[in-house]
Design a protein around this ligand. Structure first.
Ligand SMILES: O=c1ccn([C@@H]2O[C@H](COP(=O)(O)O)[C@@H](O)[C@H]2O)c(=O)[nH]1
Length: 287
């Protein structure tokens, strides 16, 4: 696919370089901010927007100065309408101000002209919802993501494209074989590899590969972008699974954990210590 690289943000590094720096300084960990109703209960918070706000601001307060990436799961904020979105805006602002990169987990995918609007919403610094990166679905065709990729490059931000997702239903679509004999997921991995060609240490277009997927036989070796690896902890995968899933590609893996860390709250010191231990465990496997 072709992406307009002529407008690369001149004032800061591209996302791959920013992510590599954050991981080098803070360790390989992305913590999800997923205010599940059950977690609100466990934290002694109300199941409403006030509870979500207290929850999310506690996570930011505890972890934004420590972990490389925070990943708010947009659905948990959207469910409360405009007041939930206002909380999300504040989370993005505060987390970035404290030094964490923010990955908006929104999994957007639509026709190209609508993707222009999603690009403006999540990747253009003029938007209050702009973070450092967003998640996107390539299942309307990888080419439909072109507006996101162009905007990401223009603004020094990133996009994580769903490749091999952590859920058990994923293989039904992602392992299906396309007309050229490759699996659907392999076509996504190869398209990501093309989009990131030439970048050092890796490019701004990442791919989601769940730590739960096992050894699928997909070729990850040509991908020159970061891998986001959810599925650790609550979904059953462990640090050791990263070695089996990613093999030699594991230098570029960003492990992502939500519930397993969030269960340590609301005590901030406990959140910090569980996150620090997770980052150390992952670093040992990914070295
Ligand atoms: O393949 C995918 C893509 C995204 N996710 C998201 O990550 C977190 C996982 O939460 P846990 O509590 O650590 O299970 C959640 O926000 C998902 O929407 C994923 O799990 N798998």
């Amino acid at each position: 696919m072709s992406v307009n690289t002529s407008q690369v943000a001149a004032d800061r590094d591209h996302f791959g370089a920013r992510l590599a720096k954050a991981v080098a300084e803070r360790g390989p960990l992305c913590v999800g901010i997923d205010p599940h109703p059950g977690l609100l209960d466990a934290w002694g918070l109300t199941r409403d927007v006030a509870g979500v706000e207290r929850f999310a601001r506690t996570v930011v307060d505890a972890l934004a100065g420590q972990v490389a990436v925070l990943k708010p799961q947009s659905a948990f904020f959207e469910r409360y309408g405009s007041r939930g979105i206002a909380v999300l805006e504040r989370v993005i602002l505060d987390a970035r101000a404290a030094g964490a990169l923010v990955l908006n987990d929104v999994k957007r995918g639509d026709i190209g002209s609508t993707m222009d609007a999603y690009a403006a919403a999540y990747l253009d610094p003029a938007s209050p919802l702009c973070g450092d990166a967003m998640t996107a679905s390539p299942y309307l065709g990888f080419g439909s993501l072109a507006p996101l990729l162009s905007a990401a490059i223009a603004h020094g931000n990133g996009v994580f494209v769903l490749g091999l997702t952590s859920n058990p239903e994923g293989p039904q679509v992602q392992h299906a074989v396309a007309a050229d004999g490759r699996t659907v997921a392999q076509t996504v991995l190869d398209a990501v590899a093309s989009a990131d060609a030439g970048y050092l240490p890796y490019g701004p277009v990442g791919v989601v590969v769940g730590a739960t997927v096992g050894e699928t036989g997909h070729d990850l070796s040509r991908v020159n972008g970061p891998f986001l690896a959810p599925g650790l902890g609550a979904q059953g995968a462990t640090a050791d699974d990263l070695r089996a899933v990613f093999g030699d590609a594991r230098r570029a893996v960003l492990p992502s954990v939500s519930r397993e860390v969030l269960r340590a709250g609301p005590d901030r010191a406990s959140l910090r210590s569980v996150a620090a231990r997770a980052a150390d465990d992952f670093a040992a496997v990914l070295a």
